[in-house]
Design a protein around this ligand. Structure first.
Ligand code: PLP
Length: 420
């Protein structure tokens, strides 16, 4: 069945034909491709087209599609049973691995998604500090729990939804939003309301308004301010965890948060999330403490197996150096005349990148909103016809995986030049 026919079928029984809004291509127009299968860096669509994939299922697939070791491990685990609702050694192994790789992790709770991880992290911060307010940044996305949808990025930004309906006034009042990379704004919020604030939550490298890197001293400044006012610092590393090295971005940039949320890569392509940090905070979670959190499928043996297998490969195969080296090819784009004339900037960090259709670099949501999204739509469809799958929105990131070859990345860069 073609993507078009599948889309018609899907729209009859699934709202908007999709189970997550950005898959709908509303921002770029056209009928979303439906996927038949994936292998390495390639996606094979229901229409029989083969595409080189730079979306990577929005982050988890750092080893590409259907990595043979991951698939075999999952098959073996599945033969032993899919879920038990009781602890298995596999969960302990994953928690131990995370505590070894992340110097400031003493304990970890596994959940089923990034949304659950950030939602639980907030509840934990509020329970630990006995305060009710949180601070987040405009354009950061932390999943779809109520208080975190205020001024959110990703699909909200793409769909120009300032705030989802169905969120009560009280919840909105408890969330303060500030511009990314703006320490003065944070200082002023804390000066006025510091004693009520439980936590700042941030993507330490923002990926949900396109790629926006933290300016020098920004994350360290957040650490200093939160310490001064007795609030917690939460790093949402659902995208960045194990993306730039076999650890968190907090470890790499040497800023230690109180709670870290993980997801995507640590599940190797299956549903997972995690939050971790110091024992004294994590032990507030039930059953030791009174901050309640639970999950029928949490620590699911199949998801945990895919995660551990992925993380072990990442740690032992020198994957990161290869990704960084290969991804440097993209930076060659910046020098070219077509690129300069195209009024476009490349935001890039070690294989995570966004081509912003804006001649200036982007340091917060207001900058990102100035991009020419019409042009991005044309770019998206051009790249698709040239055989490349990128996110169907200006406000997302592309990922170079461990299985993209130099030739493939050169091909991608040439296609970008072709567009201009
Ligand atoms: C930074 C960040 N946090 C949290 C989430 C939510 O994760 P999930 O979609 O697994 O619920 C996402 C999803 O894209 C994300 O990018």
């Amino acid at each position: 069945m073609t993507s078009k026919n599948l889309s018609i079928r899907a729209n009859r029984v699934i709202p908007g034909g999709v189970n997550s809004p950005v898959r709908a291509w509303n921002a770029v127009g056209g009928i979303p491709i439906h996927i038949e299968r994936g292998s390495g860096s390639k996606l094979i669509t229901a229409d029989g087209q083969t595409l080189t994939d730079y979306c990577g299922s929005w982050g988890p697939l750092i080893l590409g599609h259907a990595h043979p070791e991951v698939i075999n491990a999952v098959k073996v685990a599945a033969d032993n049973g899919l879920t038990f609702g009781a602890t298995t050694e596999l969960e302990i192994e994953l928690a131990e691995f995370l505590c070894r790789q992340i110097p400031y992790f003493e304990k970890v709770r596994l959940v089923n998604s990034g949304t659950e991880a950030t939602m639980t992290a907030l509840r934990l911060a509020k329970g630990y500090t006995n305060r009710s307010k949180i601070v987040k940044f405009d354009g950061c996305y932390h999943g779809h729990s109520d208080s975190l949808l205020v001024s959110g990025g990703s699909g909200l930004l793409t769909g120009a939804i300032h705030l989802s309906e169905g969120i009560s006034e009280n919840i909105i009042k408890d969330t303060f939003a500030a511009p990314y990379n703006n320490l003065e704004a944070i200082e002023s919020i804390f000066k006025n309301r510091g004693s009520e604030i439980a936590a700042i939550i941030i993507e330490p490298v923002a990926g949900n308004m396109g790629l926006v890197k933290p300016e020098d001293g920004f994350l360290a400044g957040l650490r200093r301010i939160t310490e001064e006012y007795g609030a917690l610092l939460i790093f949402d590393e659902v995208i960045t965890g194990f993306r730039f090295g076999p650890t968190t971005y907090g470890t790499i940039c040497n800023v230690t948060p109180d709670i870290t949320c993980l997801g995507k890569i640590i599940g190797g392509g299956l549903p997972i999330g995690a939050l971790g940090g110091q024992r004294k905070i994590m032990d507030k979670l039930s059953p030791l403490g009174n901050v309640y959190q639970a999950g029928t499928l949490s620590g699911n043996p199949i998801a945990v197996t895919a995660g551990i297998t992925t993380l072990k490969i990442l740690k032992s195969h020198n994957v990161y150096d290869r990704i960084k080296q290969n991804a440097q090819i993209l930076e060659g784009l910046e020098g070219t005349e077509q690129f300069k004339n195209g009024l476009c900037t490349l935001a890039h960090l070690d294989g995570v990148f966004t081509l912003f259709f804006n001649e200036n670099s982007i340091s917060d949501l207001e900058d990102a909103k100035q991009c020419d999204t019409e042009k991005y739509s044309r770019f998206f469809h051009y790249m698709l016809s040239a055989g490349y799958y990128i996110p169907p929105s200006q406000f997302e990131v592309c990922f170079v995986s461990a299985v993209h070859t130099k030739q493939e990345i050169e091909g991608f860069a040439n296609a970008v030049r072709g567009f201009f």
